[in-house]
Design a protein around this ligand. Sequence first.
Ligand code: GRF
Length: 200
Amino acid sequence: MSIVVLASGGGSNFQALLDDPVIAAKLSALVCNRPGAGCLQRAADAGLECALVNHQDYDGRANFERALMQEIDRYQPTLLVLAGFMRILEAPFVNHYAGRMLNIHPSLLPKYKGLNTHQRAIDAGDCAAGVSVHLVTAELDGGPVIGQRQVPIEPDDSAQALASRVLVAEHQLYPAVIRAVLSGDLVFAGGGPTFKGQPI
Ligand code: GRF
């Protein structure tokens, strides 16, 4: 089992994977698209291979994604984990990793696909927000949901305060999903998740 992580930002979700010894043992590399992103330093600190594929160096999304695929495929991943990867991915890329690419999204999908999820949940008057891990398909944040964690929205919550609480849940959910894949309790067959053990 070889896991490659894609990230663009601070990398706290990536760190949660590094901090789990079972998962860390299977991590092959971090691939990042943003120079200077905090996730690169986290990989360096952990002694994990990392590569930078800067989208600004490429003319058009297709060329960027081709370079990204080339870099990722050097590690022959059985699982590709998007952990705060902030680029939209097009069909050729998504199809290449179909059934083995996961994403974490800070909302209770199918609610609030896309950006500004916390503010949208507050504005809608929801009493709960949360996080979802899902398989990636060509529809943005639209693939089959694997697991979710709910977080209460407090009266007078700010988007920032809510995001911090959701992030704590993210750091629990993503490792739990990936551990289930590693143990064989969760498999992806026929385009969706099948739980052989407890649902997550
Ligand atoms: C997380 O909230 C994740 O759900 C979203 O982007 C954020 C990344 O945070 N897609 P980090 O870089 O893992 O700290």
